[in-house]
Design a protein around this ligand. Structure first.
Ligand code: NAP
Length: 251
């Protein structure tokens, strides 16, 4: 296997404290990047990831921030830069669901999901970009979802946010490619995390039966793709949408 070494880099992972984000934080730290773990409220989970990273000699710090608030985002980016000196890699992974059929969906269900999943990525990218521009180097990864490509019943707000992220990823790739800043999106399928744990049993079974590779995805499956995309091996890749779903969206 090719060893990926991200020594000298600073990574920011939103929602880096649990599920897919936790695996991404661990993956980047194992590749020797210093990791800023951004989380919303569960400090215990964030501290656990920081300790796990320290246990193998990696460097990480935790930062509480609601990514949907520009004021908080501006502060957290400045805090990260004062602690770590720079930002090279940004993974916009924080995401929430508020699933229900459209006719029952409240305005607040719509706003909460769009604000965290789409506006959060916009705000984090906007404020991190200032430092990436100075470096003439940046790697931005947005975590979408296959439902942002296929659509899904009961998830109009979530699907719209993830489809929006695809357009956002491409616009950023076009605007900042000339500054050696790449922007790509990873679209996970069905991955075992707390987000999918809360799905009804019959929905879980329907998803699993459709997976061509006959197993649920693991957070590490997504983390491996992210580590590759921010590494020198992927330096010519930008504006891409990478489906990591074990073939789920083929069926
Ligand atoms: P998860 O286990 O529910 O974890 C969500 C993470 O996001 C937590 O660290 C949480 O922090 C953080 N977060 C939530 N709202 C935030 C906010 N406003 N500001 C900052 N951080 C916030 O989720 P997951 O399943 O790992 O999903 C991660 C990403 O992958 C999401 O974007 C999701 O849409 C996407 N995805 C997941 C799947 C799947 O099957 N699991 C499939 C496709 C796409 P706290 O713990 O502090 O609340």
């Amino acid at each position: 296997m090719v060893e990926i070494d991200l020594s000298g880099s600073v990574s920011v992972v939103t929602g880096g404290s649990r599920g897919i984000g936790r695996a991404i934080s661990l993956g980047l730290a194992k590749a020797n990047s210093k990791v800023a773990i951004v989380y919303a409220s569960r400090t215990e989970s964030a501290l656990k990831v920081k300790e796990e990273i320290a246990s193998f000699g990696g460097v990480a710090q935790i930062f509480q921030c609601d990514v949907s608030s520009e004021n908080e985002v501006e502060h957290v980016i400045n805090d990260i830069v004062s602690q770590f000196g720079n930002i090279h890699i940004l993974v916009n992974n924080a995401g929430i669901t508020k699933d229900t059929l459209l006719l029952r969906m409240s305005e607040s269900d719509w706003d909460a999901v769009l604000d965290t999943n789409l506006k959060g990525a916009f705000l984090m990218t906007k404020h991190a970009l200032k430092f990436m521009m100075k470096n003439s180097f940046g790697r931005i990864i947005n975590i979408g979802s296959i439902v942002g490509i296929t659509g899904n019943i009961g998830q109009a707000n979530y699907v719209a946010s993830k489809a929006g992220l695809i357009g956002f990823t491409k616009a950023v790739a076009l605007e900042y490619g000339g500054r050696n800043i790449t922007s790509n999106l990873v679209a996970p399928g069905y991955i075992e995390t707390e987000m999918t744990e809360k799905l009804p049993k019959n929905i879980k079974e329907t998803f699993l039966n459709k997976v061509v590779l006959k197993r649920a995805g693991l957070p590490e499956d997504i983390a491996n793709t992210v580590v590759f995309l921010v590494s020198p091996l992927a330096s010519y890749i930008t504006g891409g949408v990478f489906v990591v779903d074990g073939g789920l969206s083929l069926t």
